[in-house]
Design a binder for this molecule. Structure first.
Ligand code: SF4
Length: 228
């Protein structure tokens, strides 16, 4: 039985940080990928992976005057029970409000930057992923991350995102729910929506979803049929 961890999750239970995008898009998609390890590469996911590979090909850090740009920085959070990699983290020198960094002179403000291949989405999955990265950075560096940036390859635009408490809470709630599913190795059944058309797992998921309708869905379907 799942129990909330008072001192955070042990490393052996960490989930993939980037999974929050899948989870926000569809809980079932997340479970198929992260619990059942099912993955079907289509053009969109291949292109997305290549775009990400360019953004972080191993960890590097580069200094430009008062700015340090770190690429491919590994991050984790005991509170979320998650780990992953930040495409880019920018550290701006600010000796008043910043935080000390190991081996660096001065203090710095910390901003994660997440690269996305496409354009801004209708759901807030990108924002939640950025907020999850911010929570990791805050825990690792004992600092406050007020904002971050999303960069979209299709529009070549960088959007500033203020990381409000409501978004952080959504991230915490999402990871708590993911851990509950993971602990039970449970793949939820969800309603088919128009988002399924854009889902990279539809060929794997939909036949299964349609094959075993829940009792409630079955009764609803039968009533619907009788009404027609
Ligand atoms: S096909 Fe639809 S229900 Fe299945 S995983 Fe994708 S979005 Fe979720």
């Amino acid at each position: 039985m799942y129990s909330e961890k008072l001192n955070g999750y042990p490393e052996s239970e960490y989930l993939m940080l980037s999974g929050i995008q899948h989870f926000t898009f569809c809980r079932r998609q997340w479970a198929l990928i992260h619990i059942e390890q099912q993955w079907e590469e289509n053009l969109r996911t291949v292109e997305g992976n290549l775009f990400h590979k360019k953004a972080h090909d191993g960890y590097t850090a580069e200094k430009r005057r008062d700015l340090i740009i770190s690429r491919g920085m590994p991050v984790f959070s005991r509170e979320l029970g998650a780990s992953g990699v930040c495409d880019i983290v920018e550290f701006y020198r600010d000796d008043e409000k910043g935080v000390s960094l190991y081996g660096r002179e001065g203090k710095y403000l910390v901003y994660p930057v997440e690269y996305k291949k496409g354009k801004p989405k209708e759901d807030d999955s990108d924002v939640l992923q950025l907020a999850a990265q911010a929570i990791c950075l805050e825990e690792m560096l004992a600092c406050r991350v007020e904002k971050g940036y999303l960069f979209y390859g299709e529009t070549r635009r960088r959007i500033e995102i203020l990381l409000e408490e409501a978004v952080r809470q959504e991230v915490r709630d999402a990871f708590r729910e993911m851990h509950q599913y993971y602990e039970r190795r449970y793949t939820p059944k969800v309603k088919r929506t128009k988002a399924c058309n854009a889902c990279s797992l539809k060929n794997l998921c939909l036949p299964q979803l349609m094959k075993n309708p829940s009792a409630k869905a079955y009764i609803a379907q039968r009533i619907g049929e009788e009404e027609i």
